[in-house]
Design a binder for this molecule. Sequence first.
Ligand code: NAI
Length: 475
Amino acid sequence: MDFKVADLSLAAFGRKEIQLAEHEMPGLMAVRKEYAESQPLAGAKIMGSLHMTIQTAVLIETLVALGAEVRWVSCNIFSTQDHAAAAVVVGPNGTVDDPQGVPVFAWKGETLEEYWWCTEQALVWPGGDGPNMILDDGGDATLLVHKGAEYEKAGAVPSAGEDDAEEWKIILDLLRRTVTPEKKWTEVASRIKGVTEETTTGVHRLYEMFKAGSLLFPAINVNDSVTKSKFDNKYGCRHSVIDGLNRATDVLIGGKVAVVAGYGDVGKGCADALRGQGARVIVTEIDPICALQAAMDGFQVTTLDEVVGIADIFVTTTGNFDIITADHMARMKHNAIVSNIGHFDNEIDMAGLAKIPGIVKTEIKPQVHTWAFPDGRQILVLAEGRLMNLGCATGHPSFVMSNSFTNQVIAQIELFTKTEQYPIGVYVLPKHLDEKVARLHLDALGVKLTKLTKAQAEYIGVDIEGPYKADHYRY
Ligand code: NAI
């Protein structure tokens, strides 16, 4: 088996944590049981690009339990948990000397070149007969296949512009080496039945491609299952934003001024958590609806420019770019903490920060750096501007990820087994499946549902067994 992880000897530790996580992931374990016999993913060759954590290990082993062959990478250079990666490679029945699990190409602290190399390894299967499905988080795997196929069609890979981001130059270099007359990427694309996408930013990319007519295979938008975005993005971040801050800095949050940029699902979770710790939370928004929500939830809503000089902690959650500029950072308080929990690192202008004349970067520990300005003030930047909950801590806990990943498994089964029902487009899972995912998590929390009577069901116009809401209901 080919693979590349940091240290296989971490597998035993990883396995113990996987076993603990399984208990906290009732949705995934129920799906394993439900489909043990029918093996709906037999024949599926799934390339996964999603943070290689303990929770993801339980997802991967669920896909395998349902019959799939899998190859995996992380979707961020800092998010891999090396013991999880090792345990997945060794597998539940293998040993360090005889690994029998799943090929993983991921370790904590990859360079960007290594990151894209890993993505390529997982997309190109030995024997050349896979993958036929992608499970993506943020859309990098989907992007590589699409760009490769696009440039093969055009017959050339464009040169990078001087102002292009470093990462884009690396992608173009990789494609220059791998776009061949044999049309490797076109072939990879032609084998893929579909992609299931985990996050807001990746979903945004998919809708753009579909609108532009360039999407090459159907996609299921897992993010917008209610049991994903209204749980993982919100309650997951409510947990892991504090975990990231604590593990990185251990600064007392109570009494501090915290700015949360963006009041979508992630922003709502972060603002709530910071307030829970006793911080005075200020929200920035561009959307009047979300701004009004933040105000009614009791937060001050203003612009970053207004408060940049008084805040102690900054968290960007927008999925947009250039939220905190170099100029903002130059105006911050001494030792202000600057972090991003959105998918990509461009929410904070790290390139601009590095270009400030006389700026000095010092590593406190991996993924925690001070940046000192010539006047002696400094700021702390977490995870080099990448998502801090996965870069500085271990991301969301198992229970909430069980919701997200149960949606992922159901979406993979849908696209793989009913491919002909999904012409090229971007789809969300039907509501009865969303409700099913929620239902699978109730017992573990001791939740007792009230049952509708037949007369009540008729009165509100729903079936006793659900779905209980119209598609336009927003939760
Ligand atoms: P969302 O679309 O619900 O929220 C983003 C909010 O930011 C919106 O309300 C939007 O109006 C606002 N916004 C956009 N530009 C802004 C600006 N210039 N200033 C202030 N506000 C602005 O998206 P969601 O689901 O909250 O996701 C946000 C990001 O977090 C995405 O990149 C997503 O992929 C990522 N994500 C990260 C997770 C993690 O564990 N780190 C988990 C889930 C999502």
